[in-house]
Design a protein around this ligand. Structure first.
Ligand code: ATP
Ligand code: MG
Length: 752
């Protein structure tokens, strides 16, 4: 992977669109690009542009106070720019970046209103995507891929913890760390989701329990109802069909009686006609006998009327009895509770009544209510059902009258007989016929009595049928029709009515339940199961993420250890090369080493821009997931130039510091080369001899890395394959032009 083109527009002093092309790599090494130019012409701005497009967030490193400071702020000749845009094109033919493209262009754009965007080959992406991609290609944008002006000894002045971040970058564990960071974010989110789901579950659980109880009750109710319905079907089926049979039989008997009566009446009519004929034949009707006969008919009529009345009264008395029996049904519990409630309420209300008369009336009312309830709760004793006394008296009276009339009739009969016996001889036929007639009348009377009895039976059964229909309809509802429609195949052997009453009472105890409860129960249970499943899934997700983090931690540790040792070796080599001897060493600091110096330092500083609070949160989760224990929390540098004994870094001279830094950066590049490196005047403090040594090292390292070097040193320039000059005119805008070494003056600035 190597740089192919840099395009800058509106970024700092590069107001106009400016483009810089890089040479393609040679077989043995990457070409070195040198940027030269006078002070303040914008060379460092060029390095800043590369740093910026790679996603740098630090305002300090970008030399600004706020992010919009990178936008060209205008000059005497030219107005300020509306946005800054930098595009860096990279050749990815070697696939260093794990992405499909062979040419990748990263673009960063920032507008004056503060909005910004990152593009990857013109598609919008997140900063995180770019950072991960670059880290995977081993571009350490923070630390050593772009070494800013005056930043070369930054590594020396920084704290051991800051250096640790730098070495994490250098040892190539950054991509793992980014992945780890993302995994921790994911883990945090999963934990949050889990907490949310668990809270929902806790909320639903009590409702579900109550619904389940109700559903169980409903189920129990259903079972009881089922057996009740079966028993009711048996019971009422038997009652109904027994009644139907009885009714049928009575009807049939009644009809027979009716027919018999009709037949007898026809015979009677014939007899009467015969009588009339005989009577007509008599020359002179005997007035005495005629009068007696008339009287006889009259008394007979009277007796019939009395009998009719008597029958009517008997029927009424019978009906009151039937009605009283069939109308009684046990009161439902609900009704009882209602009435008792009303009575209690009435009694309570008594306290508020002061008027004696009113009190009296209220007490009477309550007494009536309770005695009514009492009466209704007791099954009436058939003996106790007293028909209306008036009816009874009337019946007795009628019976007495009938007796009198019967006696009267007997007397008249006797009289007629006496009369007749006198004239027996001449009126035998008539008398005979009269006798037959009377006998017939008596028979008809007996038949009518029987028929009337049947009629009473019929009325009784019909009344009972009506009551049964009402009862069945009340208890069985729609099912009643079926029972009445079809005769049951079998009838229960024993009386099931007590069991029916027991089940009804049980149902009343259970009480009514809203049938929608079942539906709600089903829905709630489904939701509960779903959430419960989610909890399981989330736990699984947490486990697997924790495993990923653990594996990453292992990789980080392994890689870091391996590379660190190599860097240490190379550091010593370059140090000796630059200093012509001496000794140096990188030392890992454990927590105990630094405890006294700096307390409360967080070991993971890979993400310096994440806020303190955020890091703390990550920490708690990290501890939760059995935190990876990286004992190394800092890196110390020990450097002793030849012939000296000092060990403290701040005792080194400026040039010595620069040489030590260059040795370290070179070591890192040798071990873990970044595809490209931008160095802004890292050689500024070197004397001529060291500049030449540095140029040698550069040439060596360019085998593995593409260098862009900003310098004023001729020796460094001489290593370059291409030279760019940055100039600035009076209008305060940087211009970029390609120059040749011959065009460069002694001070390292382009002549043109
Ligand atoms: P030296 O050789 O001294 O390091 P240089 O070529 O590296 O110089 P730079 O640091 O790149 O110089 O340029 C700095 C100049 O850029 C300063 O004059 C500064 O005012 C100017 N500058 C920085 N930001 C902006 C901006 N947003 N708009 C216009 N000019 C800016
Ligand atoms: Mg500069």
């Amino acid at each position: 992977m190597h740089l192919t083109k840099l395009e800058i527009q509106g970024f700092k002093t590069f107001a106009k669109k400016t483009s810089l092309s890089f040479l393609p790599p040679k077989p043995d090494r990457s070409p070195i690009t040198a940027v030269v130019g006078p002070n303040g012409s914008g060379k460092s701005n060029l390095a800043d542009a590369i740093r910026w497009v790679l996603g740098e967030q630090s305002l300090k490193l970008l030399r600004g106070k706020q992010s919009q400071d990178v936008i060209f702020s205008g000059s005497e000749g030219k107005g300020r720019a509306g946005f800054a845009e930098v595009s860096l094109s990279l050749n990815n033919e070697d696939g260093a970046m794990p992405i499909e493209y062979s040419e990748v262009t990263i673009t960063r754009r920032l507008f004056r209103d503060g909005s910004s965007e990152y593009l990857l080959n013109d598609s919008k992406v997140r900063l995180n995507d770019i950072q991960l991609l670059l880290a995977q290609a081993n571009v350490g944008q923070r630390s050593y891929s772009v070494v800013g002006q005056g930043m070369i000894d930054h590594i020396l002045v920084s704290t051991p913890e800051e250096r640790k971040a730098f070495f994490d970058d250098a040892t190539g564990v950054k991509p793992f760390q980014i992945k780890r960071h993302n995994a921790i974010l994911k883990l945090k989110k999963t934990h949050q989701n889990l907490a949310d789901v668990e809270m929902l579950l806790r909320e639903i659980e009590p409702r579900l329990r109550s619904l389940k109880r109700q559903a169980n009750r409903l189920e129990k109710r259903g079972a009881i109802e089922e057996s009740l319905h079966m028993l009711e079907q048996q019971h009422y089926g038997k009652q109904w069909w027994d009644l139907v049979d009885s009714l049928e039989a009575v009807k049939k008997n009644f009809e027979t009686a009716d027919q018999e009566i009709a037949a007898e009446r026809t015979t009677l009519k014939a007899l009467e006609a015969e009588m009339e004929k005989i009577e007509k034949v008599e020359d002179e009707p005997d007035t005495g006998l005629v009068a007696l006969q008339a009287k006889y008919r009259e008394v007979q009529k009277k007796r019939r009327t009395l009998r009719d009345q008597q029958f009517q009264t008997e029927k009424e008395i019978e009906l009151t009895r039937v009605r009283a029996q069939s109308n009684w049904a046990p009161l439902p519990l609900i009704r009882i509770v209602e009435v008792v409630g009303a009575i209690v309420k009435g009694i309570k209300g008594l306290k508020n009544i002061s008027e004696a008369a009113e009190l009296h009336a209220e007490v009477d009312a309550i007494f009536k209510q309770s005695s009514d309830l009492h009466k209704k709760l007791q099954r009436p004793n058939p003996e106790d059902i007293k028909p209306d006394p008036k009816l009874v008296a009337r019946l007795a009276d009628l019976k007495k009258q009938a007796e009198g009339v019967t006696k009267e009739l007997g007397a008249v009969e006797k009289e007629i007989d006496g009369y007749v016996s006198k004239e027996k001889t001449d009126r035998t036929e008539l008398i005979q016929t009269q006798k037959v007639l009377r006998e017939k009348q008596r028979q008809i009377h007996l038949l009518e009595n029987r028929r009337n009895g049947l009629k009473i039976d019929l009325a009784r059964y019909e009344e009972r049928q009506g009551a049964l229909i009402r009862e069945m309809d009340e208890f069985m509802k729609d099912r009643a029709v079926n029972v009445r429609a079809q005769r049951p195949a079998s009838t229960p052997a024993e009386d099931v009515y007590p069991e029916i009453q027991r089940l009804r009472y049980k149902l009343e105890l259970i009480g009514g339940i809203d049938p929608e409860i079942i539906q709600e129960y089903e829905q709630t249970r489904e939701r509960f199961d779903f959430l419960d499943g989610q909890v399981g899934d989330l736990h699984k997700a947490i486990k697997s993420t924790e495993k990923v983090i653990e594996e990453l931690d292992e990789q980080i540790e392994k890689q870091s250890k391996k590379v660190f040792n190599k860097i240490n070796k190379e550091f010593e080599k370059y140090f000796k090369m630059l200093f012509g001897g001496g000794s140096c060493r990188l030392v890992k600091l454990t927590r105990e080493d630094t405890e006294e110096e700096s307390e409360g330092v967080t070991p993971d500083r890979a993400f310096a821009d994440t806020g303190e609070e955020q890091r703390e949160k990550d920490e708690t989760i990290e501890t939760k997931i059995k935190k990876h224990k990286d004992p190394v929390i800092g890196v110390d540098i020990q450097a002793t130039p030849p012939g000296k004994r000092l060990k403290a870094l701040n005792l080194l001279s400026g040039g010595e510091r620069a040489l030590t830094s260059i040795a370290l950066i070179s070591a890192i590049m040798a071990v873990n080369p970044s595809p490209f490196v931008v160095l802004d005047e890292v050689d500024a403090a070197l004397d001529e001899a060291n500049t030449i040594r540095f140029a040698g090292i550069l040439s060596e390292l360019s085998k593995n890395s593409q260098f862009v070097i900003i310098t004023h040193n001729r020796a460094t320039m001489e290593q370059a394959d291409v030279l760019y000059g940055v100039t600035m005119g009076t209008e305060g805008i940087s211009n970029l032009l390609s120059v040749h070494l011959e065009d460069v003056t002694q001070g390292g600035t382009a002549r043109r």
